[in-house]
Design a protein around this ligand. Structure first.
Ligand SMILES: Nc1ncnc2c1ncn2[C@@H]1O[C@H](COP(=O)(O)OP(=O)(O)O)[C@@H](O)[C@H]1O
Ligand SMILES: [Mg+2]
Length: 428
């Protein structure tokens, strides 16, 4: 017997796959430990992080390792179906348990009653056929889990912000789990969403002190570390695809991937998928020469909206200096999330020393324009509440700028990598 590796790029690099691929999963020991601890504690848990940072893979991995039984509730569906209870019903039906466990819609007002009166008489025995969806879920989960942990995951919290009704519905469920009747099921809730979402959630929930008391946050799920990024790239190309890649090439490819993707897991997969598909076409040979084409493919396939925003912001090609282009380029060089005026000014002066010598640069005006957004174009920056720093309005802008803008050191001007050449099959 011999081992034949015939995995396809899209089976290895899976930017949008919700199911965890254990072969590609990069361990995140700190976050995993925090999540595990929180899940074994007495409070319910919040996981927050920007889109694509790996929240879903993280909780799925940790819960699977704990042998927990999980009921995923997609709050995006709750918005479509008009309520969390409705989505719980769907979730139960998907599990094919509705008939076994049973629930009755007429009882669903009971939940509100419990909260209003501060408790309901505890019924020692209740008929299986009369549970409202939430209790039916709890009962089902506990039955399935036996001695193992049982968890309801509410993912995509941000999708219900606009609805006070659903926000309160969720808050009510959290409080309800303390009620004797529900607490015996020992169900953990895990709430997952983007950071602004989570903050808003606390601010907008009616009984926020009560709810906040019952919730614990783990640290923000954010970009991978350099070494985790390297591990991911190596797993993909070497271990899973068994491509032909020299070690010095691998480190240069990794460095570039880390830079353009901002080390966001989803973006790393996306970008590596581009490289892998290009390499596949030429005998699985990975080379540094593929990066330029990969940049263009990635920009056009995954960042095209962002690309056009930046494109619209750029000075016309023939302005002499193109100060705004220089500033955009330098925004991409900033490593941290906070962008300081002084840092940008210093960067512009070093990167473009000749065109800035003995000149006053009105960087402050340029930055505040980028934070205002022009003529229906989305703002690229967001000013901090204190007003002294900026952040990218969306992390995608940074990635896009990094992959898109090219500095001509000779002429000290910045130009864009064109994505229109791709259709013709050419490099850029
Ligand atoms: N720990 C990880 N190791 C390897 N790849 C990951 C990891 N976490 C996430 N990914 C990749 O990133 C993609 C997006 O992750 P996901 O968990 O769906 O992000 P989020 O839920 O934060 O939007 C996944 O489909 C997967 O390809
Ligand atoms: Mg997710």
């Amino acid at each position: 017997m011999f081992f034949k590796n015939n995995k396809e790029p899209h089976e290895v690099f899976t930017p949008r796959q919700s199911k965890v691929n254990p072969n590609m999963y990069v361990a995140r020991p700190d976050l995993e430990a925090r999540l595990r601890q929180s899940l074994t504690g007495t409070q319910h848990v919040i996981v927050h992080g920007e889109s694509g940072t790996g929240k879903s893979w993280l909780y799925k991995k940790v819960l699977a390792d704990m042998q927990a039984v999980v009921l995923p509730i997609n709050l995006a569906n709750a918005s479509r179906f008009g309520g969390i209870a409705a989505e719980m019903k769907n979730a139960l039906e998907r599990l094919g348990t509705a008939t076994q466990t049973g629930y009755s819609e007429t009882k669903s007002s009971e939940m509100t009653a419990v909260l209003a009166t501060g408790g309901l008489e505890h019924e020692k025995t209740f008929a299986l056929g009369t549970k409202e969806p939430f209790e039916a879920c709890c009962a089902h989960l506990r039955k399935e889990a036996g001695k193992h942990p049982a968890c309801i995951v509410f993912d995509n919290l941000e999708t219900i912000f606009e609805s006070d009704e659903m926000m309160n519905e969720l808050a009510n469920l959290i409080v309800l789990l303390d009620d004797e009747r529900y607490s015996e099921y020992r169900i953990k809730m895990l709430i997952v969403g983007v950071p602004t979402g989570v903050r808003d959630y606390f601010n907008r929930t009616r009984n926020r002190a009560t709810v906040a008391n019952r919730l614990q946050e783990i640290p923000e799920v954010s970009r991978l570390s350099q070494s985790q990024t390297a591990e991911l790239v190596k797993k993909g190309f070497v271990q899973e695809l068994a491509y032909d890649v020299q070690s010095d090439v691998l480190s240069r490819v990794t460095e570039h991937v880390a830079w353009v993707s901002d080390r966001i897991p989803q973006r790393i997969h996306e970008y590596c998928l581009e490289i892998a598909q290009l390499a596949q076409e030429r005998d699985k040979l990975v080379g540094v020469d593929l990066l330029e084409v990969a940049d263009a493919h990635w920009l056009s396939r995954s960042l095209s909206n962002t690309y056009s925003v930046i494109e619209n912001l750029m000075n016309e090609r023939d302005t002499k200096i193109g100060r705004r282009n220089q500033v955009l380029f330098c925004l991409g060089r900033v490593e941290g999330d906070e962008i300081r005026l002084s840092e940008i000014e210093a960067l512009v002066r070093t990167e473009f020393s000749r065109t800035t010598e003995n000149k006053t640069l009105d960087i402050s005006t340029l930055l505040s324009r980028l934070a205002q957004g022009d003529d229906g174009v989305a703002p690229v920056l967001r000013r901090s509440p204190k007003g002294d720093t900026y952040q990218f309005a969306d992390p995608m802008f940074r990635m896009c700028i990094r992959a898109m803008l090219i500095k001509d050191s000779e002429r000290q001007v910045v130009s864009k990598r064109s994505i229109s050449t791709i259709a013709a099959g050419g490099a850029v």
